[in-house]
Design a binder for this molecule. Structure first.
Ligand code: TXA
Ligand code: MG
Length: 358
Protein backbone atom coordinates (compact mmCIF):
# COMPACT_ATOMS: atom_id res chain seq x y z
CA UNK A 1 0.00 0.00 0.00
CA UNK A 2 1.50 3.35 -0.94
CA UNK A 3 1.62 6.15 1.60
CA UNK A 4 -0.82 9.00 1.03
CA UNK A 5 0.88 12.35 0.43
CA UNK A 6 0.85 14.98 3.14
CA UNK A 7 1.49 18.64 2.41
CA UNK A 8 -0.18 20.58 5.20
CA UNK A 9 1.44 23.71 6.53
CA UNK A 10 1.75 22.89 10.22
CA UNK A 11 1.27 25.85 12.53
CA UNK A 12 3.14 26.01 15.85
CA UNK A 13 2.11 27.55 19.17
CA UNK A 14 4.21 27.59 22.35
CA UNK A 15 2.65 27.95 25.80
CA UNK A 16 2.74 26.68 29.38
CA UNK A 17 -0.04 25.50 31.67
CA UNK A 18 0.50 28.65 33.75
CA UNK A 19 0.37 30.98 30.74
CA UNK A 20 -2.10 29.55 28.24
CA UNK A 21 -2.26 31.36 24.89
CA UNK A 22 -6.07 31.74 24.59
CA UNK A 23 -5.92 32.97 21.02
CA UNK A 24 -3.92 29.96 19.89
CA UNK A 25 -6.26 27.62 21.79
CA UNK A 26 -9.34 29.10 20.07
CA UNK A 27 -7.60 28.78 16.72
CA UNK A 28 -6.75 25.13 17.51
CA UNK A 29 -10.36 24.55 18.60
CA UNK A 30 -11.62 25.87 15.25
CA UNK A 31 -9.23 23.53 13.41
CA UNK A 32 -10.61 20.56 15.38
CA UNK A 33 -14.24 21.58 14.83
CA UNK A 34 -13.77 21.73 11.08
CA UNK A 35 -12.19 18.25 11.04
CA UNK A 36 -8.49 19.11 11.26
CA UNK A 37 -5.75 17.66 13.48
CA UNK A 38 -3.86 19.25 16.40
CA UNK A 39 -1.01 17.68 18.42
CA UNK A 40 -1.05 18.78 22.06
CA UNK A 41 0.58 18.07 25.43
CA UNK A 42 -1.02 15.96 28.15
CA UNK A 43 0.46 14.91 31.50
CA UNK A 44 1.41 11.49 30.07
CA UNK A 45 2.62 11.97 26.47
CA UNK A 46 1.70 14.26 23.56
CA UNK A 47 -1.60 13.42 21.83
CA UNK A 48 -2.61 13.67 18.15
CA UNK A 49 -6.10 15.13 18.43
CA UNK A 50 -9.12 15.14 16.14
CA UNK A 51 -12.88 15.42 16.73
CA UNK A 52 -13.77 12.02 18.20
CA UNK A 53 -17.38 12.28 17.03
CA UNK A 54 -16.42 12.98 13.41
CA UNK A 55 -15.62 9.79 11.45
CA UNK A 56 -13.54 11.64 8.88
CA UNK A 57 -11.34 13.15 11.62
CA UNK A 58 -10.62 9.68 12.98
CA UNK A 59 -9.71 8.45 9.51
CA UNK A 60 -7.30 11.37 9.19
CA UNK A 61 -5.69 10.46 12.52
CA UNK A 62 -5.01 6.91 11.34
CA UNK A 63 -3.56 8.20 8.09
CA UNK A 64 -1.33 10.81 9.76
CA UNK A 65 0.03 8.23 12.22
CA UNK A 66 0.28 5.45 9.66
CA UNK A 67 -1.66 3.33 12.15
CA UNK A 68 -3.81 0.27 11.43
CA UNK A 69 -7.44 1.37 11.70
CA UNK A 70 -8.45 -1.63 13.86
CA UNK A 71 -6.54 -0.02 16.73
CA UNK A 72 -9.10 2.07 18.65
CA UNK A 73 -8.59 5.67 19.82
CA UNK A 74 -9.08 7.16 23.30
CA UNK A 75 -11.65 9.99 23.53
CA UNK A 76 -10.53 12.82 25.80
CA UNK A 77 -13.04 14.90 27.78
CA UNK A 78 -12.56 18.06 29.85
CA UNK A 79 -15.38 17.65 32.42
CA UNK A 80 -16.96 14.66 34.12
CA UNK A 81 -20.50 15.74 33.13
CA UNK A 82 -19.67 14.85 29.54
CA UNK A 83 -18.92 11.18 30.29
CA UNK A 84 -22.52 9.90 29.78
CA UNK A 85 -22.62 11.50 26.33
CA UNK A 86 -20.18 8.89 25.01
CA UNK A 87 -20.29 6.09 27.64
CA UNK A 88 -23.30 3.81 28.32
CA UNK A 89 -24.00 1.50 31.31
CA UNK A 90 -21.51 3.43 33.47
CA UNK A 91 -20.87 1.25 36.56
CA UNK A 92 -20.59 2.62 40.10
CA UNK A 93 -16.89 1.67 40.06
CA UNK A 94 -16.25 4.24 37.32
CA UNK A 95 -17.59 7.11 39.41
CA UNK A 96 -15.38 5.98 42.30
CA UNK A 97 -12.32 5.85 40.06
CA UNK A 98 -13.17 9.23 38.57
CA UNK A 99 -13.45 10.76 42.02
CA UNK A 100 -9.97 9.54 42.95
CA UNK A 101 -8.00 9.67 39.69
CA UNK A 102 -9.69 12.15 37.31
CA UNK A 103 -8.52 14.41 35.95
CA UNK A 104 -5.39 12.31 35.56
CA UNK A 105 -3.50 9.52 33.77
CA UNK A 106 -6.25 6.87 33.83
CA UNK A 107 -8.28 5.67 30.83
CA UNK A 108 -11.52 3.75 31.41
CA UNK A 109 -13.30 1.52 28.91
CA UNK A 110 -17.11 1.50 28.67
CA UNK A 111 -19.83 0.42 26.29
CA UNK A 112 -20.17 3.25 23.79
CA UNK A 113 -23.26 5.32 23.04
CA UNK A 114 -24.72 5.68 19.54
CA UNK A 115 -23.06 9.04 19.04
CA UNK A 116 -19.54 7.54 18.99
CA UNK A 117 -18.60 6.46 15.45
CA UNK A 118 -17.04 3.03 14.85
CA UNK A 119 -14.27 4.81 12.96
CA UNK A 120 -13.07 6.13 16.34
CA UNK A 121 -13.37 2.82 18.22
CA UNK A 122 -11.70 0.67 15.57
CA UNK A 123 -15.02 -1.07 14.97
CA UNK A 124 -15.60 -1.94 18.65
CA UNK A 125 -18.82 -1.28 20.58
CA UNK A 126 -16.75 -0.06 23.53
CA UNK A 127 -15.06 3.31 23.97
CA UNK A 128 -11.93 4.34 25.88
CA UNK A 129 -12.31 7.63 27.80
CA UNK A 130 -9.71 9.81 29.49
CA UNK A 131 -9.99 13.11 31.37
CA UNK A 132 -6.46 14.54 31.35
CA UNK A 133 -5.20 16.87 34.08
CA UNK A 134 -2.97 18.98 31.82
CA UNK A 135 -4.60 22.45 31.60
CA UNK A 136 -3.57 23.05 27.99
CA UNK A 137 -5.20 19.73 27.05
CA UNK A 138 -8.38 20.61 28.96
CA UNK A 139 -8.67 24.02 27.28
CA UNK A 140 -8.07 22.51 23.86
CA UNK A 141 -10.69 19.77 24.36
CA UNK A 142 -13.23 22.40 25.45
CA UNK A 143 -12.45 24.66 22.48
CA UNK A 144 -12.57 21.71 20.08
CA UNK A 145 -16.11 20.66 21.00
CA UNK A 146 -15.52 18.47 24.05
CA UNK A 147 -14.69 15.03 22.64
CA UNK A 148 -11.19 14.78 21.27
CA UNK A 149 -9.92 11.43 19.99
CA UNK A 150 -6.17 11.28 20.52
CA UNK A 151 -3.63 8.52 20.21
CA UNK A 152 -0.06 9.29 21.18
CA UNK A 153 1.37 11.82 18.69
CA UNK A 154 4.06 9.57 17.21
CA UNK A 155 4.22 7.86 13.83
CA UNK A 156 3.13 4.27 14.33
CA UNK A 157 5.93 2.12 15.77
CA UNK A 158 7.95 4.99 17.24
CA UNK A 159 8.17 5.90 20.94
CA UNK A 160 5.41 8.21 22.20
CA UNK A 161 6.55 11.87 22.16
CA UNK A 162 7.46 13.43 25.50
CA UNK A 163 8.56 16.70 23.87
CA UNK A 164 6.97 18.78 21.08
CA UNK A 165 10.09 18.47 18.92
CA UNK A 166 9.32 14.76 18.53
CA UNK A 167 5.79 15.60 17.34
CA UNK A 168 7.41 17.87 14.76
CA UNK A 169 9.81 15.10 13.69
CA UNK A 170 6.97 12.63 13.21
CA UNK A 171 4.04 14.82 12.13
CA UNK A 172 5.22 18.04 10.46
CA UNK A 173 3.14 18.46 7.30
CA UNK A 174 0.69 15.77 8.48
CA UNK A 175 -1.23 17.83 11.06
CA UNK A 176 -2.62 21.38 11.03
CA UNK A 177 -1.10 22.52 14.29
CA UNK A 178 1.31 21.45 17.04
CA UNK A 179 1.04 22.96 20.51
CA UNK A 180 4.36 22.97 22.36
CA UNK A 181 3.74 22.79 26.11
CA UNK A 182 7.24 21.68 27.14
CA UNK A 183 8.34 18.30 28.47
CA UNK A 184 5.51 16.11 29.80
CA UNK A 185 5.45 15.19 33.49
CA UNK A 186 4.89 11.43 33.45
CA UNK A 187 6.36 10.21 30.17
CA UNK A 188 4.46 6.90 29.80
CA UNK A 189 0.92 6.53 28.42
CA UNK A 190 -2.09 6.34 30.76
CA UNK A 191 -3.13 3.21 32.65
CA UNK A 192 -6.08 1.58 30.86
CA UNK A 193 -8.78 -0.20 32.86
CA UNK A 194 -11.67 -2.10 31.26
CA UNK A 195 -14.92 -1.76 33.20
CA UNK A 196 -17.14 -3.67 30.78
CA UNK A 197 -16.50 -7.19 32.14
CA UNK A 198 -17.31 -9.01 35.39
CA UNK A 199 -14.11 -7.73 37.01
CA UNK A 200 -12.23 -4.48 36.40
CA UNK A 201 -9.19 -5.41 34.31
CA UNK A 202 -5.99 -3.50 33.58
CA UNK A 203 -5.20 -3.63 29.88
CA UNK A 204 -2.14 -1.35 29.97
CA UNK A 205 -0.03 -0.57 33.07
CA UNK A 206 0.84 3.08 33.75
CA UNK A 207 1.43 5.67 36.44
CA UNK A 208 -1.80 4.66 38.24
CA UNK A 209 -0.75 1.22 39.50
CA UNK A 210 -2.71 -1.93 40.23
CA UNK A 211 -2.23 -1.31 43.98
CA UNK A 212 -3.66 2.20 43.67
CA UNK A 213 -6.69 0.92 41.74
CA UNK A 214 -7.19 -1.90 44.21
CA UNK A 215 -7.38 0.57 47.08
CA UNK A 216 -10.46 2.06 45.44
CA UNK A 217 -12.10 -0.99 43.87
CA UNK A 218 -10.84 -4.00 45.80
CA UNK A 219 -10.93 -6.56 43.02
CA UNK A 220 -8.72 -5.57 40.07
CA UNK A 221 -7.00 -7.94 37.63
CA UNK A 222 -4.36 -7.47 34.98
CA UNK A 223 -4.84 -8.79 31.43
CA UNK A 224 -2.86 -12.06 31.53
CA UNK A 225 -1.57 -11.48 28.01
CA UNK A 226 0.39 -8.53 29.44
CA UNK A 227 1.97 -10.49 32.27
CA UNK A 228 3.14 -13.51 30.28
CA UNK A 229 5.07 -12.28 27.27
CA UNK A 230 5.10 -15.75 25.70
CA UNK A 231 1.37 -16.23 26.04
CA UNK A 232 -0.61 -16.83 22.85
CA UNK A 233 -3.54 -14.95 24.34
CA UNK A 234 -4.28 -11.74 22.44
CA UNK A 235 -4.07 -8.64 24.63
CA UNK A 236 -7.50 -7.07 25.07
CA UNK A 237 -6.26 -3.59 24.17
CA UNK A 238 -5.67 -4.09 20.44
CA UNK A 239 -2.75 -1.65 20.53
CA UNK A 240 -0.79 -3.80 22.96
CA UNK A 241 -0.28 -6.51 20.33
CA UNK A 242 1.81 -4.31 18.08
CA UNK A 243 5.57 -4.10 18.49
CA UNK A 244 5.75 -0.56 19.76
CA UNK A 245 8.46 1.90 20.56
CA UNK A 246 10.97 -0.15 18.70
CA UNK A 247 14.26 1.70 18.36
CA UNK A 248 16.16 1.06 15.11
CA UNK A 249 18.98 -0.58 17.06
CA UNK A 250 18.46 -4.05 18.51
CA UNK A 251 17.58 -3.69 22.19
CA UNK A 252 18.14 -6.34 24.89
CA UNK A 253 17.26 -6.00 28.57
CA UNK A 254 19.74 -7.47 31.08
CA UNK A 255 18.36 -8.40 34.49
CA UNK A 256 20.03 -9.55 37.71
CA UNK A 257 22.28 -8.40 40.53
CA UNK A 258 23.50 -4.82 39.76
CA UNK A 259 27.23 -5.61 39.59
CA UNK A 260 26.70 -8.74 37.54
CA UNK A 261 24.55 -6.77 35.11
CA UNK A 262 27.26 -4.14 34.59
CA UNK A 263 29.85 -6.86 34.01
CA UNK A 264 27.69 -8.74 31.51
CA UNK A 265 26.71 -5.60 29.59
CA UNK A 266 30.36 -4.57 29.39
CA UNK A 267 31.25 -7.99 27.97
CA UNK A 268 28.46 -7.82 25.41
CA UNK A 269 29.45 -4.30 24.40
CA UNK A 270 33.08 -5.39 23.89
CA UNK A 271 31.98 -8.29 21.67
CA UNK A 272 29.69 -6.09 19.60
CA UNK A 273 32.33 -3.40 19.17
CA UNK A 274 34.84 -6.02 18.07
CA UNK A 275 32.29 -6.98 15.42
CA UNK A 276 32.21 -3.35 14.24
CA UNK A 277 28.84 -2.46 15.79
CA UNK A 278 27.94 0.91 17.29
CA UNK A 279 26.78 0.28 20.86
CA UNK A 280 24.44 1.92 23.36
CA UNK A 281 23.66 1.41 27.05
CA UNK A 282 20.64 2.47 29.13
CA UNK A 283 21.64 2.64 32.79
CA UNK A 284 21.21 4.61 36.01
CA UNK A 285 23.37 7.27 37.71
CA UNK A 286 24.83 4.70 40.10
CA UNK A 287 26.22 2.49 37.32
CA UNK A 288 26.98 5.13 34.66
CA UNK A 289 30.73 5.26 35.33
CA UNK A 290 31.05 1.48 34.97
CA UNK A 291 30.29 1.41 31.22
CA UNK A 292 32.35 1.99 28.12
CA UNK A 293 30.03 2.15 25.08
CA UNK A 294 29.53 4.56 22.15
CA UNK A 295 26.36 6.10 23.61
CA UNK A 296 25.51 5.80 27.32
CA UNK A 297 22.29 7.26 28.76
CA UNK A 298 21.18 7.32 32.40
CA UNK A 299 17.50 7.43 33.36
CA UNK A 300 18.46 9.14 36.66
CA UNK A 301 18.91 7.75 40.15
CA UNK A 302 18.08 4.05 40.47
CA UNK A 303 15.45 4.73 43.12
CA UNK A 304 13.84 7.50 41.04
CA UNK A 305 11.51 5.51 38.81
CA UNK A 306 9.47 8.63 38.02
CA UNK A 307 12.58 9.96 36.32
CA UNK A 308 13.07 6.69 34.41
CA UNK A 309 9.44 6.87 33.22
CA UNK A 310 9.91 10.46 32.05
CA UNK A 311 13.22 9.86 30.25
CA UNK A 312 12.75 6.41 28.65
CA UNK A 313 11.08 7.40 25.37
CA UNK A 314 13.43 10.37 24.87
CA UNK A 315 16.42 8.07 25.35
CA UNK A 316 15.06 5.52 22.86
CA UNK A 317 14.67 8.28 20.27
CA UNK A 318 18.18 9.57 20.95
CA UNK A 319 19.62 6.15 20.15
CA UNK A 320 17.94 6.40 16.75
CA UNK A 321 19.50 9.83 16.18
CA UNK A 322 22.88 8.39 17.17
CA UNK A 323 22.41 5.47 14.77
CA UNK A 324 23.31 2.87 17.35
CA UNK A 325 23.19 -0.77 16.15
CA UNK A 326 22.79 -2.60 19.45
CA UNK A 327 21.49 -1.39 22.82
CA UNK A 328 21.65 -3.02 26.25
CA UNK A 329 19.44 -1.81 29.08
CA UNK A 330 19.46 -2.43 32.79
CA UNK A 331 16.06 -3.61 34.05
CA UNK A 332 13.69 -1.87 36.47
CA UNK A 333 11.87 -3.17 39.53
CA UNK A 334 8.59 -4.13 37.93
CA UNK A 335 6.74 -2.78 40.98
CA UNK A 336 4.70 0.42 41.03
CA UNK A 337 5.51 2.61 38.02
CA UNK A 338 8.42 0.19 37.46
CA UNK A 339 5.86 -2.28 36.10
CA UNK A 340 4.83 0.20 33.40
CA UNK A 341 8.47 1.00 32.61
CA UNK A 342 9.29 -2.71 32.21
CA UNK A 343 6.17 -3.22 30.06
CA UNK A 344 7.32 -0.50 27.60
CA UNK A 345 10.99 -1.49 27.75
CA UNK A 346 10.22 -5.16 27.05
CA UNK A 347 7.99 -4.17 24.12
CA UNK A 348 10.78 -2.00 22.74
CA UNK A 349 13.10 -5.00 23.12
CA UNK A 350 10.66 -7.32 21.36
CA UNK A 351 10.72 -9.24 24.71
CA UNK A 352 14.47 -10.00 24.46
CA UNK A 353 15.90 -10.37 27.96
CA UNK A 354 19.01 -11.94 29.48
CA UNK A 355 18.47 -13.09 33.08
CA UNK A 356 21.67 -13.52 35.07
CA UNK A 357 21.25 -16.25 37.65
CA UNK A 358 22.82 -15.80 41.06
O1 TXA B 1 -1.77 8.62 27.89
C1 TXA B 1 -2.44 8.27 26.93
O2 TXA B 1 -3.34 7.41 27.02
C2 TXA B 1 -2.14 8.90 25.57
C3 TXA B 1 -2.49 10.39 25.67
C4 TXA B 1 -2.37 11.11 24.36
O3 TXA B 1 -3.78 10.54 26.23
N1 TXA B 1 -2.86 8.27 24.52
C5 TXA B 1 -2.52 7.02 24.06
O4 TXA B 1 -3.30 6.58 23.01
O5 TXA B 1 -1.62 6.37 24.53
P1 TXA B 1 -2.86 5.38 22.06
O6 TXA B 1 -3.85 5.40 20.95
O7 TXA B 1 -1.44 5.50 21.68
O8 TXA B 1 -3.12 4.10 22.91
C6 TXA B 1 -4.44 3.71 23.19
C7 TXA B 1 -4.51 2.26 23.60
C8 TXA B 1 -4.26 1.31 22.45
O9 TXA B 1 -3.47 0.23 22.92
C9 TXA B 1 -5.67 0.84 22.10
O10 TXA B 1 -5.68 -0.43 21.53
C10 TXA B 1 -6.37 0.88 23.45
O11 TXA B 1 -5.84 2.01 24.06
N2 TXA B 1 -7.83 1.05 23.35
C11 TXA B 1 -8.49 2.14 22.91
N3 TXA B 1 -9.82 1.93 22.89
C12 TXA B 1 -10.02 0.68 23.35
C13 TXA B 1 -11.16 -0.14 23.56
N4 TXA B 1 -12.39 0.31 23.30
N5 TXA B 1 -10.97 -1.40 24.03
C14 TXA B 1 -9.73 -1.86 24.29
N6 TXA B 1 -8.59 -1.14 24.12
C15 TXA B 1 -8.74 0.12 23.64
MG1 MG C 1 0.50 5.04 21.18
Amino acid sequence: MSEPEFSLTTRYAVMTEEAIDRKAIEEAGEILKRGGLVAFPTETVYGLGGDGLNPSSSKKIYAAKGRPSDNPLIIHIWRLDDLPVIAADIPESAWKLAETFWPGPLTMIFNKTEIVPHETTGGLDTVAVRFPSNKIAQELIRAGGGFIAAPSANRSGRPSPTLAKYCREDLDGRVDMIIDGGQVGIGLESTIIDLTGDHPEILRPGYITEEMLRQVLGDVRTDTALIDANSDVRPKAPGMKYRHYAPKGELTVVEGDAEAVVRRIDELVREQRAAGKRTGVICTDETLAGYDADVIRSTGKRTDEASAARELFRILREFDDEEVDVIYSESFSGKGIGQAIMNRLMKAAGQKIIRIEK
